[in-house]
Design a protein around this ligand. Structure first.
Ligand SMILES: [Zn+2]
Length: 277
């Protein structure tokens, strides 16, 4: 091997390493089955999404205990925020841009004196839904990604249905933004959007959740995610749903579906928080 062959060899090796690091992943053509090749965590034992039923879940806590200090508190979700709505080729996402981090929406889990607080960083969508409830799949699922001070992730998941009459207040703004980011790489600014517009009605906001440990539903599939999936779907209009279904991938093809198939529960404990209102 002369110096040029050696150089070519190392150039090729370098390119292979870089390519491997930046190896893309995809949904189409059964692409999800191959994620574990480049991202081993995707073959882990606590992966998301999973099927959910109340019958298979443990009650989060008995009603008496609940009154003694267990609850979910959503703070600052009613504050109008700025952000940017993007098509990253795998989904569409609203990335919040807080001028004052103390005004960021945060989800607090109070548990008999202990307090865990997670700040909302962004939200994105999957169509159709990734989680199923009672064997039912929904046409759309929203993931609100939160982080705490130790970089632990909590995802609050809201499902959407077209079996309804009045679309949720926030979906009009979101669907309009989705139509403007049809192509991968597109982005539009979002002004004065309060995340509460994409949450269940007030009386259901602190209950009706499934809670369980899981993973990111996209590579690298990290298994450090606390999931909260709300059981009550919000309303989306059929033409609004079509806006999501017309989003394009990076290669210009239609992103017809960006939902990972159901993963094995593997004995995980799923908790359910009933409403008592
Ligand atoms: Zn997601």
């Amino acid at each position: 091997m002369n110096i040029w062959e050696l150089l070519c060899f190392f150039t090729a090796l370098y390119a292979a390493v870089v390519f491997a690091q930046e190896e893309d992943w995809k949904y189409e053509n059964n692409g999800t089955a191959a994620w574990g090749d480049a991202y081993p965590a995707c073959r882990g034992t606590q992966q998301s999404p999973i099927p959910l039923t109340r019958d298979g879940a443990k009650l989060w806590w008995p009603s008496m205990q609940r009154q003694a200090g267990f609850r979910i508190d959503l703070q600052n979700y009613g504050t109008a925020q700025q952000g940017v709505f993007v098509n990253d080729g795998k989904s569409v996402a609203l990335i919040f841009n807080y001028t004052d981090i103390s005004s960021a929406p945060h989800l607090i889990i109070l548990n008999n004196g202990s307090v865990a607080s997670y700040s909302l960083t962004r939200l994105h969508f999957h169509w159709p839904s990734e989680h199923w409830i009672y064997n039912q799949r929904y046409p759309l699922e929203m993931h609100m990604t939160h982080r705490d001070d130790n970089n632990n992730t909590l995802v609050l998941s809201i499902l959407f249905t077209t079996e309804c009459s009045v679309p949720s207040d926030g979906m009009q703004t979101v669907a309009a933004a989705v139509r403007r980011v049809k192509h991968s790489g597109d982005s539009v600014p979002i002004e004065d959007f309060a995340p509460v517009r994409l949450l269940p009605p007030f009386l259901q906001r602190d209950c009706g959740y499934y809670m369980f440990p899981g993973s990111l539903t996209t590579p690298p599939c990290s298994q450090d995610v606390l999931w909260l999936v709300h059981e009550v779907p919000l309303c989306i209009g059929r033409s609004q749903l079509e806006a999501f279904q017309n989003v394009e991938r990076a290669d210009g093809g239609l992103l017809a579906s960006n939902a990972r198939p159901l993963q094995a529960v593997n004995g995980r404990q799923v908790l359910y928080l009933p409403c008592q209102h």
